[in-house]
Design a protein around this ligand. Structure first.
Ligand code: GLU
Length: 502
């Protein structure tokens, strides 16, 4: 590639960030990094009616949490600003006017009432080749009528004039050659009555101004591609047009259509990257982060929604993804989202991440639950239980007994077979507990003592666990003994004996 690779993630700041959006950002990021290029965040905020306070900062925070922060953004401008579409407002009209002057677009003066009436009369009404000559626009009005309306500042929009009987054909990096019949595309508005561009005009002007080299975006934008391609051509920029890649959709778990936030609510899993609170209604939608996903797992699972490296490998760090990512291996077919699989990724990551990487998130969760430990103890606890945790909050249940002695015991598992021999054995084990031994040595001495007392080690292992943790769970019981320490273990054994004797 001779031109510098410059790709952009171009969300509209309208609410929570859907995992499909993060996947688009991720693929842009990976492509940029693979080709030593730039990953840009551009905020597409020209639709004032959909603008939501706080949504831009939220998007920035989500990207940061995922570890895919942009090289250029509204917060970190480079030489290609502005990075918010609305701030480029003064420049769009000139391009729209240029298109009118060259015959590729026209002024339309139809009032909203006129359009509503037209749509009511003709339910399938499309403003385009078949209908444009019946409407009030610069194609049907005389030159002087148009000049007069413009001089009076009459409200108007500028529409693209879709050509008749043309095929717009381009090579999509994922889909191969794609063709559109211009007869089936309507005359989209390019500049709105408020002077703001629509998405179609803004996206082309901005991609040109920011020297974007490749466009990776969701498949839902494919129908817009012919309009954008014609605009690149009509504005005289055909030679600088970026390459296009339309990413496969992320589908509902049953494969039946695009995954929406509503599906997540209905099926009980998150769809947004992070918690999102709607500033108008105050409604909170839970995100992957707050549900206890590690960002390493989140980007890993997203990368595999529509891409693989051609092998069975599933666990990829961001560094590995940067190295192995290739457009050729992005699939055309939609990718089904499977929440169980998403959790599997998180479990694998929790198991393999170093304790240092988990410590901050786990300690703050534990603190929220009134559980505090010093650095060293916390590290040991995490190391001991991390294989048992799928989501970060699992650390709370899996470690609670290290902080507070159990008050409830699974007695049903012990009492029926409890007897005085066992009580005597446990008293002696507690009294002679040599905490300086390793967990393995402790286990050996425990078993030796049991045999010495004529008990099978298997019969006393479970009671010990239940005395220490309350139930039949947790890591190796002698690892627990070591972490609890001598006095605490002795206290719990004493309490356990009393419990089972009663
Ligand atoms: N603003 C569009 C969105 O919200 C961007 C589409 C594109 O990348 O061209 O996704």
């Amino acid at each position: 590639m001779n031109k510098e690779v410059r790709v952009r993630f171009a969300p509209s700041p309208t609410g929570g960030l859907h995992l499909g959006g993060v996947r688009t950002a991720l693929f842009n990021y990976l492509f940029a990094k693979k080709h030593h290029g730039k990953f840009i965040l551009r905020v597409e905020d020209t639709d004032q009616t959909r603008f939501v306070e706080g949504a831009e900062q939220y998007i920035v925070d989500c990207l940061e949490w995922c570890g895919i922060s942009p090289d250029e953004s509204p917060q970190k401008p480079g030489a290609f600003g502005p990075y918010r579409q609305s701030e480029r407002k003064p420049s769009y009209r000139q391009y729209a006017e240029q298109l009118v002057a060259s015959g590729y677009a026209y002024y339309a003066f139809d009032t909203p009432e006129e359009l509503t009436a037209k749509r009511a009369a003709e339910p399938n009404f499309l403003y385009g080749q078949k209908s444009r000559m019946q409407m009030r626009n610069s194609l049907t009005l005389t030159q002087s009528e148009v000049s007069e309306l413009l001089a009076q500042n009459a409200p108007h929009v500028i529409r693209i004039k879709m050509p008749a009987d043309e095929q717009v054909t381009f090579a999509d990096m994922i889909r191969g050659v794609v063709s559109f019949d211009t007869n089936l595309v309507d005359d989209k508005v390019l500049l709105k009555a408020d002077g703001m561009p629509t998405y179609h005009l803004a996206v082309v002007v901005d991609d040109k101004a920011m020297e974007i080299s490749h466009i990776f975006r969701g498949e839902e934008w494919l129908p817009s591609a012919p309009i954008h391609i014609l605009l690149w051509k009509y504005l005289g920029w055909a030679n600088e047009m970026p390459a296009w890649a339309h990413l496969p959709l992320i589908l509902k778990p049953d494969g039946n259509g695009k995954l929406s936030k509503r599906d997540g609510d209905r099926l009980g899993f998150p769809v947004y990257a992070m918690n999102w609170t709607d500033p108008k209604t105050g409604d909170l939608t839970k995100g992957f982060k707050e549900l206890g996903f590690m960002p390493e797992a989140f980007i890993n699972l997203l990368a595999l929604l529509g891409w693989n490296d051609g092998t069975d490998k599933e666990i990829f760090s961001l560094e590995e993804l940067k190295a192995s990512f290739s457009v050729e291996r992005i699939s055309k077919a939609g990718a089904k989202f499977d929440f169980e699989k998403a959790k599997w990724f998180n479990h694998e990551w929790i198991k393999q991440l170093p304790v240092g990487r988990l410590k901050l998130a786990v300690s703050s969760l534990l603190k929220q639950n009134g559980m505090e430990a010093n650095e060293e103890k916390l590290a040991e606890i995490i190391e001991l239980v991390k294989d048992r945790c799928t989501l970060l909050p699992d650390f709370v249940a899996q470690t609670a007994y290290f902080f507070t002695a159990p008050t409830e015991f699974d007695s049903a598992a012990v009492k029926p077979k409890w007897n005085t021999d066992k009580a005597i054995f446990f008293e002696e084990f507690a009294n002679t507990l040599a905490i300086e031994l390793t967990a393995l040595e402790l286990e050996a001495s425990f078993k030796a003592l049991a045999e010495n007392k004529g008990l099978k080690p298997g019969e006393v292992m479970l009671p010990l666990r239940i005395m220490l943790v309350g139930g039949k769970f947790g890591p190796g019981v002698f690892d627990i003994v070591k972490l609890l320490g001598k006095e605490e273990t002795q206290n719990r054994i004493a309490k356990g004996i009393a419990e089972f004797n009663s």
